[in-house]
Design a protein around this ligand. Structure first.
Ligand code: SAM
Length: 272
């Protein structure tokens, strides 16, 4: 198995970790070497060609290291369910679904096996996006999930009532992982997942969700506008609460209708 190892200076640890999360890693281990140099160890799967492509513009030096598979799996021992509301929880597939936190309510429990993708439900941007999705969802809505990762938001959309979800990601690992997760959550018949580029997506959607970093949102902005139905809602996240006006500028004429914030991140809901 290949580990991805990134060398960073101390001031850049958080920034580099966030950049790794955004391209799909599941867990990052920080190692301080003799002499004080810092390395971030993680994995994006064994498709070295796709990983190299995804890291083409990565801002820090990186390399692959071959590692013992059992070591790379230790994070699984610590993965836990994440509650987003009293009646909404995302749990690792290998951890039993918890009982409802509020007796008498119907619990929505979403099981996720992230594999080599991003999306165990525990990142602030995923949590914010999921809550925003829930608040805009109407029965029978059509949804486009741009940067689906493990499919966690696509599955949530189905559980909130979406009729049909198209899920896309540039990472090939997302396709089998999202299919598997859709199946174990009983929504495979409503989710279609692929590595189709947003520019090649036809049709319009009632809800579009894109939890990706700001530069990617800006690059995709014309297509995000194109695929949004006239009265549709666009949810964007992966952006910082303190610095995202440039992303909103790229999405004019959409107007902000709701915002959520958590740990310095924000998710914003827009409409025409
Ligand atoms: C932060 S993760 C979000 C995963 C999941 N939607 C969630 O909320 O947990 C961002 C995902 O966007 C994908 N991505 C990055 N740029 C993209 C692009 N231009 N088009 C489609 N997917 C992209 C990455 O591969 C990664 O899986």
């Amino acid at each position: 198995m290949n580990a991805l190892v990134v060398s960073v200076g101390e001031p850049d640890i958080e920034l580099a970790s966030d950049a790794l999360w955004a391209i799909g890693v599941v867990a990052v281990e920080e190692r301080v070497l003799v002499g004080g140099a810092i390395e971030l160890w993680t994995s994006l799967g064994d498709d070295t060609e796709s990983v190299t492509e995804a890291l083409a513009d990565f801002g820090w030096p990186w390399r692959f290291e071959t590692i013992d598979e059992t070591v790379s799996e230790t994070w699984r021992l610590h993965a836990a369910p994440v509650w987003l509301a009293d009646d909404l929880v995302v749990h690792p597939q290998w951890v039993a679904a918890p009982a409802t936190a509020r007796p008498g309510t119907d619990l929505i429990a979403i099981a996720i096996e992230p594999g080599a993708t991003f999306g165990l439900g525990d990142h602030p941007t995923t949590m914010l996006s999921m809550l925003a999705l829930r608040s805009v969802m109407s029965a029978d809505a059509t949804v486009l999930d741009v940067g689906t990762g493990s499919g966690v938001l696509a599955i949530a959309a189905c559980r909130f009532g979406a009729r049909r979800v198209d899920a896309i990601d540039i990472s090939p690992a997302s396709v089998p992982t999202t299919r598997h997760n859709a199946e174990i959550n009983g929504v495979a018949d409503r989710i279609s997942v692929s590595t189709t580029q947003l520019a090649d997506v036809d049709g319009i959607f009632d809800v579009v969700v894109a939890n990706i970093l700001a530069p990617a949102l800006i690059e995709l902005s014309n297509d995000l506008l194109r695929v949004l139905a006239p009265r549709g809602r666009l949810i964007i996240s992966g952006i910082l609460a303190a610095n995202h006006q440039h992303v909103l500028d790229a999405l004019v004429p959409l107007l902000v209708v709701a915002r959520g914030e958590r740990d310095g991140w924000t998710a914003i809901t827009l409409q025409r």
